[in-house]
Structures are given as C-alpha cells and as structure tokens.
Design a protein around this ligand. Structure first.
Ligand SMILES: Cc1cc2nc3c(=O)[nH]c(=O)nc-3n(C[C@H](O)[C@H](O)[C@H](O)COP(=O)(O)OP(=O)(O)OC[C@H]3O[C@@H](n4cnc5c(N)ncnc54)[C@H](O)[C@@H]3O)c2cc1C
Length: 466
C-alpha cells in the first residue's frame, strides 16, 4: 500500500485528474498479453515537468514505477504488482510540430502510432513504422521497445526513425535531446540508451521522429511457394529487381495461411490453400503504372522459372487490406488452447534447418498443427505461435525448444518485442555475460535505486535466473 502522505504529494504534482487509486486502476481495460496489473495507484502526468516531479518523489522514497503506453506489448513488460506506481503517458498525447522541409515530426510519448502516421500523411509525408497494433500502441511504447513492424527491410526499426528524444531519468532529471538533424556526432548518442530499454532507464516523454516522402505507388502481392529454398530466391529476385522499393517480405507457413482462411476464420483466401509457404510482399514506389508493371514482370519471371507456384497482385486498397489482414490475424490457433508467442531472429541461412527442427520437436511435444510460423523473413525475424495450453511445465519445455538452438546459430530470443518479464531467464542465450554486466552497470548508473520498471529485462537477482 502506498501511504496517504505520498499519494497527497503525487496529487499535488499531477492534480486530481492525474491520480487514480484502487479499483479505478484495476478496472481499467488491459490487453490480455500485458499480464497482471495489480497496482494501487496510477499517475497520469500531463507534462514533462509533471513526470519529473513524480519521479523525483519516487526516487526519494525508492518507490517502484511501471511505465504504461498503449499496453500492446507482448512480453509482460508493463506488468505491475501491488505496491508499484503505474505511470501512464496517456495524457501526453499531442503532436507538437511537423517540419515539412526537414521532414520531422515532434510528438509526445502518449500519441498512438496511427495518429503520427495520419499527421504525416496530411503533408504528403510518411512515418514508416507500421504494425498491427497501430491504433493503440504509442510512440513512447514503440521507442521503449524499439518496435520493428512490417517495413524494417526498407526503413529499419524504430531506432533508425528517432532523431531525438526527451526522457526523464529516475531521479527526475529531464534529459532533453530533441535533435532534429540526421547527422549529429557530437559525443555519445544518448537517445539510443532509451530506445529498446523498456522503461528501465528512463521515461520517454517526447520524440523527434524522422519522416520520408509519402510513396505514390503501393503494390501488394501474395505468392504461393513450394519450397523454403525458393523463398530465398524470390526474396533475392524481388530485392534486386525492385530497385530499393521492396518494403515488406513476409512469409506465412502453410498451416498459418490455412487456418486463417478456412472457416470459422472469415478471411477469403486470395490464393488456393495447400501450399507449404506463402509470401506477402509490398513495394512502395513513385509511379503507380510503371511500378505495378515492373512487379508484374518480376512475378512473371518467377512463375516461368518455376520458383513461384502461383501469385496474385492486389487490385484495390480493399484487396490489399484483405491480404494484410490474413497476416495480421495471428492468434487464430488460440482457438485450440492457450498460446505461447515467440519472436526470434536468426541469419536467413539458418532459418530452414531451425524451423524444421523446432517445428518437428514442437509437433511431438504439443501435437500436430498447434505450431504456426510466420515472419519478416527479409529481416531474419520469425514469429512462432504455439497452442500449448496452461501447463507451466509444458510451457517451459516449449520455451527451451524454441530458444536453446538460437545461441548456436547466432540468433536472438527477441527480434522486436523485447525481454519484459517473459524472457528474463533466456537473456544469456543472446547476450554474453560481459554484455549483461554492462547493462547492469548502465542500469545502476542511471537508476541507482532500481525504481524504473523493476524486474524487466534484467532480473532483480541474477543468481535466481537459470
Ligand atoms: C496485434 C499486435 C501486433 C503487433 N505487431 C508488432 C510488430 O509487428 N512489431 C513489433 O515490434 N511489435 C508488435 N507488437 C507489440 C507492441 O505493439 C509493440 O511492442 C509496441 O511498441 C508497444 O507499444 P505500447 O505503447 O503498447 O507499449 P506498452 O505495451 O504500454 O509498453 C511496452 C513496454 O514499454 C514501456 N513503456 C511504455 N511507454 C513508455 C515510455 N513512454 N517510456 C518508457 N517506457 C515505456 C512499458 O513499461 C513496457 O515495458 C504487436 C502487438 C499486437 C497486440
């Protein structure tokens, strides 16, 4: 329980509207993937100064603080326990500035990603980050998780789209680095500390984001492919032939496509079911007629070479959205049993052997057709969704099957969702002990009392993690 004096001090900083207590905290809607949110109090500061005031109070009494954005994170990184104080950025939701010439946009951390995308579009510009949770996920959350999304092959991850940011440190110090220029090598690039640190090193309050020209053509195609090795050839052919326009190359394993396009799923299959793999590709360009013709010619090459078994190009925005909806409907297998979701990465050359080995082991353990794989193949990123059920021992075994081989092949236990609390025990498969020790040094330097999102990324007690 937080004591009354402390709550009154918080109220003095954020006002009545900025402080929620008791049942009004627990009754708030929470995405099922967030996990338990059990805190007694939640602050909703409206300005950076208020965030600073809240953290100064928390630092003084070593009060744990859990930042909340849009709560779409998938690794239980926003879990709060009784005694924690939640700090939600929901009232910091303004877009402050768009610089059309310099192609930058400054947003407060609580702005949903989709609003940033829409604001950029008004100026014929584009914020390239895109992901299925765009309507709820916030810019602060995207930065805290270094979100990847659908266009990484062309535009990079969030890290590459943030020019500057403002963060509040654990003791309330405001670190304003709202750089707007692409090139700035004046010493350490401090913003990178906060990108992908999941709220453990500071609270992101504002960001200067990089925009690009809005593409004038947008082509989406779905391809049916018979062999994994052919997927690699398709990727190389399109990447070379599209002259830098390839912005997405997603692969759906056959059973993922089938379950999402067969009843009771309501997506209509744009291509017949039954192929081992489907590739969903996107090209963003400048000339609608020429770009579509170029894509058609490339697909025709691939069909003639026998690399692709079938292909279709979306002829309208509606068809394009329908194709993407199949890819974004990732939890269909959850109809069978409670899910485990993974986002791993690895060199593309290791992908086939990894998926065959892991797929076979999971089939033996949890049963056939309970593992669905899809992913951003061009980024080396695969998502596995496994209908494991609730048994903790079985879930642990599934974790081991998915994660253990990654160390040997130079992969990562988290391509884009982060570590949160879910992957704590596996961090050492992807990071050396020297790397983890340096992370702890940084954490201690910036947050000596360990109040910021405690127990996330780095376990509180390293010796308890096996
Ligand atoms: C349907 C769906 C599709 C998704 N697709 C993708 C995808 O393609 N790629 C991808 O990378 N992710 C994806 N995600 C995961 C999720 O959307 C991202 O991780 C997103 O960036 C989280 O943003 P959020 O605002 O919801 O953050 P939250 O879930 O609220 O928080 C995530 C983490 O960041 C911390 N945090 C939040 N805001 C701040 C802040 N202002 N300062 C410091 N720390 C903060 C939290 O404490 C927590 O540790 C998807 C999720 C869903 C539900």
């Amino acid at each position: 329980m937080l004591d009354a004096g402390f709550l009154e001090a918080l109220r003095a900083v954020v006002g009545d509207v900025g402080l929620l207590l008791g049942d009004s905290v627990r009754a708030r809607p929470v995405n099922r993937s967030v996990g338990v949110v059990d805190a007694d109090a939640l602050v909703r500061p409206a300005t950076t100064e208020e965030v600073s005031g809240v953290l100064a109070l928390c630092h003084a009494r070593s009060q744990p603080v859990v930042p909340h954005g849009g709560l779409t994170g998938l690794v239980h990184g926003a879990v709060a326990r009784a005694g924690d104080l939640i700090l939600s950025l929901e009232r910091m939701n303004s877009i402050e500035h768009v610089d059309v010439t310099g192609r930058t946009l400054r947003a407060q951390a609580g702005v949903p990603l989709q609003r940033v995308q829409e604001a950029a579009e008004q100026y014929e510009l584009m914020f390239p980050l895109d992901l299925g949770a765009r309507g709820s996920a916030t810019i602060g959350g995207n930065i805290a998780t270094n979100a990847g999304g659908t266009r990484v092959v062309r535009y990079g991850m969030t890290r590459g789209l943030v020019l500057g940011l403002e963060a509040v440190l654990a003791d309330g110090t405001v670190l304003t680095s709202l750089n707007r220029v692409l090139k700035n090598n004046a010493g350490y690039d401090l913003k990178q500390l906060f990108i992908g640190s999941e709220g453990t090193l500071g609270i992101v309050t504002r960001a200067e984001l990089r925009l690009v020209a809005k593409p004038r053509s947008h082509d989406t195609a779905l391809l049916a492919v018979q062999e994994f090795s052919a997927l690699v050839r398709v990727l190389q052919h399109l990447d070379a032939g599209l002259g830098g326009h390839l912005s997405a190359f997603k692969v759906l394993w056959g059973n993922f496509y089938d379950i999402n396009t067969a009843p009771p799923a309501n997506h209509v299959p744009p291509l017949a079911r039954g192929a081992p793999f489907y590739a969903l590709i996107e090209s963003l360009g400048t000339d609608p007629i020429a770009d579509q013709a170029r894509l058609e010619a490339l697909l025709s090459d691939l069909l003639q070479m026998g690399v692709v078994a079938d292909a279709t190009i979306a002829k309208s925005d509606q068809e394009r959205r329908a194709m993407w909806a199949i890819r974004e409907d990732v939890f269909a297998v959850g109809r069978i049993a409670a899910l485990q979701t993974f986002d791993v990465s690895m060199p593309i050359e290791a992908m086939q052997a990894y998926t065959e080995q892991v797929g076979a082991e999971l089939d033996r353990l949890v049963g056939p057709d309970r593992t669905h794989i899809f992913g951003h193949m061009a980024d080396g990123n695969l998502h596995l969704v496994v209908a494991t059920g609730e048994d903790p021992k079985l879930r642990h075994r599934v974790d081991e099957i998915v994660y253990q081989p990654l160390a040997r092949i130079g992969g990562s236990i988290s391509a884009e969702h982060g570590i949160g609390t879910e992957r704590l025990r596996y961090l050492s498969l992807s990071r050396t002990s020297a790397e983890i020790a340096t992370m702890r040094t940084l954490k201690h330097a910036l947050d000596p009392r360990g109040i910021l999102n405690p127990g996330k990324i780095l376990a509180a007690r390293a010796d308890l993690i096996r």
